[in-house]
Write a protein that binds this ligand. Structure first.
Ligand code: GEK
Length: 238
């Protein structure tokens, strides 16, 4: 049974998309049906945490929503003495996230804008589909602060919806994504309303722009490890 019916009977797509109560309530269903490769990104976060998280360091989940990536990191970590800081600016998300992650003293769930969070002594930082929601003018600074706050050899995972340089291929990839959504039981009307609501809220960039920004910020290596239509996940090493 589909839970996300927001753009059938609740919203018309004429207002900018917001991470409010109604989105929070149906969020896992929304991500599962909308982001191709989402489950793979969560699985990889666990494996990468096992490999890269060092003892007595911090891990950050920036734009944690309901804490799916935080939990994957927590389950993957083998090192002792680590803290995980999970941050989101949506009150509705953070309220529910606190109940999901309750009982884990080593996880701090913080209501804040990620641009105001100090990144310190980090061996792993995750931004799973969050950078795309920041004003593009603030993205360079955000990534520089992340790189500056990471230890040598630390791992940054960045997942994003991207746009293709080639307009023809971009049309094809968007079309394939919409077909994927239709297969997952979203109607044409829901797809177009959601698209309108995300206009100017989710601002995608090209893979080349992301990799250039990572290099400029101070990451030594980066690679796309997952791509499904216009949804990519990149790993970068400090
Ligand atoms: C997952 N990572 O399940 N500061 C803090 N949080 C922000 C900001 C900001 N400036 N801007 C947006 N957010 C999650 C999924 S969802 C992706 C991440 C999506 C938060 C916003 O409130 C939302 O919870 C999250 O970033 C993006 O792996 O919905 O496409």
């Amino acid at each position: 049974m589909n839970e996300d019916k927001i753009y059938i009977d609740e919203k018309l797509g004429n207002e900018p998309f917001r991470f409010d109560d109604s989105v929070t309530k149906v969020f896992p269903d929304m991500l599962k049906r909308s982001i191709p490769g989402y489950a793979a990104s969560i699985e990889a976060i666990g494996s990468l945490a096992a490999r890269y998280v060092r003892p007595d360091t911090n891990c950050y989940d920036l734009g944690c929503s309901l804490g799916a990536a935080t939990l994957a990191m927590h389950q993957g970590i083998r090192a002792e003495g680590c803290r995980i800081i999970a941050v989101d600016s949506s009150e509705a998300m953070i309220k529910k996230c606190r109940t999901v992650l309750a009982g884990h003293d080593e996880i701090e769930v913080r209501l804040a804008d990620i641009r105001d969070v100090a990144i310190e002594n980090a061996s792993m930082v995750v931004m799973n589909y969050t950078l795309q929601f920041l004003d593009p003018d603030t993205r360079d600074d955000m990534l520089r602060r992340i790189a500056d706050g990471m230890i040598e050899g630390g791992l940054f995972l960045l997942s994003e919806k991207v746009v293709d340089e080639n307009a023809h291929m971009e049309d094809l990839l968007v079309d394939l994504h919409h077909e994927h959504k239709r297969r997952n039981d979203y109607s044409e009307l829901e797809i177009s309303r959601k698209r309108a609501a995300l206009e100017n809220v989710l601002i995608p960039e090209t893979v080349a722009q992301h990799r250039k920004r990572l290099a400029n910020a101070g990451f030594l290596h980066s690679a796309v490890w997952l791509r499904y239509f216009n949804f990519v996940s990149i790993v970068a090493i400090r």
